[in-house]
Design a protein around this ligand. Structure first.
Ligand code: PMP
Length: 427
């Protein structure tokens, strides 16, 4: 019988049948037909401690027996209060107010709305634009999509979106000799926009250190340092979309910590609940918060969702934070293995632009076809990977690894060998 289910990011007519998953344990997924597969992309980058972690499962179970959900306007609850208090010490000290929503896209929507309204609340009505980066992706809702780079994902909605100004992202890789030049060009483009139109921009939004969906494009911490200085000089807001880079992905708790930079707004989601439940956070500076804090009802942030700060999600996030605090080695050390594999790949003609940032490693497969999301090599890699018990989901010809932090050295080694075999087979 044909399934009534419509899957995301899937051309239902041509896509292969989805694989049915029966269970997950740690790194491994068990398929209904009994096959076992290593989840090397943490199921769309959310699953940081491995599947079905008993501590998180127990936290959700315990919470469900006490309070499963409650309206979050006019009411609050311990899991939400505690989570905010436990999260803040890990964030850069520029942000100390926590606004909850449900997923990465809504975290970005909230950040954009906060930035926009901040200026209105401050009496600066001309701040109508945002600066964003070429190759960026901030989510699929209208605002988040508008802030992202125009792509095949958004093309059909072009007339519905608001305009933003794009500047180049200085994407770099191992052995890149032009990195400084690219960074200078990007900073000059931002400078020019801000000089030409002072007091026009409400904020600049960036995926710091790694652009995810745009192809695991990495920039240097040095760039973020110069960027944040520039944004400060021009007195606009710096928005970090750390939906993917958050919670250890870059080898530190957040890309902000790793780059020692301080955004005014920060969007978090994916790893927040360890991959168990949808939840997100938009953290903002006290200055932004104070602009809303008023007797004037028109200065209120009129935004919220039915499931805002869901207690089960908050309980999962608290358990996940404990796991991160107690096992920081998992995400802090993974880069060492990635880097030695990267070294090996440098002499492999099947790939180019090999790059590593913390737990993320990526490379571009050399094919005769146009690079990008529609490159057909992705399908071939996925198919070959499953045969080798690996879940890989290349972004076009960009092949990447983003495993959960519980992966062992031996499993990682198997994954690297599997990738080398796949590259040899498709060459
Ligand atoms: N921002 C970034 C950087 C992301 O990688 C994603 C998801 N890939 C989002 C926002 C959107 O998150 P969600 O899919 O949870 O809406």
């Amino acid at each position: 019988m044909t399934s009534p289910v419509w899957h995301p990011f899937t051309q239902m007519k041509t896509a292969p049948e989805p694989l049915k998953v029966r269970s997950g344990k740690g790194l491994w997924l068990e398929l209904e037909d009994g096959r076992e597969v290593m989840d090397l992309i943490s199921s769309w980058w959310v699953n940081i401690h491995g599947h079905s972690h008993p501590d998180i499962a127990k936290a959700i179970y315990d919470q469900a027996q006490t309070l499963e959900h409650v309206i979050f306007a006019g009411f609050t609850h311990d899991p939400a209060e505690q989570l905010a208090r436990r999260l803040i010490p890990h964030l850069p000290d520029s942000v100390d107010k926590i606004f909850y929503s449900d997923n990465g896209s809504t975290a970005v929507e909230v950040a954009l709305k906060m930035a926009w309204q901040y200026w209105k609340n401050m009496g600066e009505d001309g701040r109508k634009g945002f600066i964003a980066f070429e190759g960026s992706y901030h989510g699929d809702t209208m605002g988040a999509m508008s802030a992202g780079s125009r792509s095949i994902f958004s093309e059909v909605f072009n007339e519905l979106m608001f305009d933003v100004q794009y500047v180049p992202y200085p994407a770099t890789f191992t052995g890149d000799e032009d990195v400084e030049q690219k960074e200078t060009e990007s900073l000059q483009a931002i400078s020019k926009l801000m000089h030409d139109n002072p007091a026009r921009y409400a904020g600049l939004i960036i995926e710091p250190l790694v652009q995810g969906s745009g192809g695991m494009r990495m920039c240097r911490p040095e760039f973020l340092q110069k960027l944040s200085k520039l944004v400060r000089e021009h007195q606009t807001l710096l928005i970090y979309d750390e939906v993917m880079t958050g919670f250890g992905r870059t080898g530190d708790w957040f890309a902000s910590n790793k780059s020692q930079t301080k955004p005014d707004l920060m969007c978090l989601s994916k790893g927040l609940t360890g991959g168990f439940l949808p939840l997100s956070v938009t953290a903002c500076s006290d200055e932004i918060y104070q602009s809303f804090y008023s007797d004037d009802p028109m200065k209120t942030l009129y935004h919220g969702h039915s499931y805002t700060a869901n207690p089960l999600g908050c309980a999962a996030a608290l358990a996940s934070l404990t796991l991160m605090e107690n096992n920081s080695g998992g995400f802090q050390e993974m880069y060492k293995q990635h880097e030695s594999f990267a070294c090996r790949l440098l002499s492999n003609p099947a790939v180019s632009r090999v790059r590593v940032c913390g737990t993320i490693m990526a490379m571009d497969i050399v094919t005769g076809d146009e690079e990008g999301y529609l490159n057909k090599v992705a399908g071939k890699v996925k198919e070959l990977a499953i045969k080798k018990q690996m879940l890989l989901r290349p972004l076009g010809n960009t092949l990447y690894l983003m495993p959960p932090y519980c992966i062992t050295g031996k499993e990682l080694h198997e994954a690297y060998t599997g990738i080398e075999e796949i590259l040899a087979e498709i060459a």
